[in-house]
Write a new protein. Structure first.
Length: 142
């Protein structure tokens, strides 16, 4: 089995902060594992929206999640504030693999890391489409 590398903040260029909610905690007293995937999804889409690359209701091309995973190093619990670091790990013709780090409060080491793969498709046909130059440039910046 490969040893997991625990990311640090300096591994990332873009960060998105999120406050945990009381309802994020599960009966074990920490944020439930499914919420981590929501944090990742929120951070990636926030970057796309901030850069004018995604209009949720009208963009002709949209990114569909085809794969995601999460590795856990330490727990998060309400009322922690978390920050998601985002970088592009691989950029293909119509797909992008994001590497993600979840940081609790001001900690330097990630409490979780993940991968998130988007395939860009035509909104109507759901068939893959190549990145536009604008999207490719914005993703390359990560």
């Amino acid at each position: 089995m490969n040893e997991l590398i625990r990311p640090v903040r300096e591994d990332f260029r873009y960060f998105h902060s999120i406050g945990t909610r009381w309802s994020d905690n599960d009966s074990y007293g920490h944020v439930n594992n499914v919420v981590y995937h929501s944090f990742f999804d929120t951070a990636v889409n926030a970057y796309l929206i901030e850069r004018g690359l995604l209009e949720i209701h009208s963009s002709s091309h949209i990114g569909l999640v085809v794969r995601n995973c999460c590795n856990y190093f330490s727990s998060v619990a309400f009322p922690d504030r978390v920050t998601v670091g985002v970088r592009v790990q691989r950029l293909g013709t119509s797909s992008v693999t994001y590497a993600l780090g979840l940081f609790r409060e001001d900690e330097v080491q990630a409490c979780a890391s993940g991968e998130f793969v988007h395939v860009y498709v035509d909104r109507e046909s759901r068939r893959p489409v190549p990145f536009t130059p604008l999207v490719r440039e914005a993703l390359s910046a990560l």
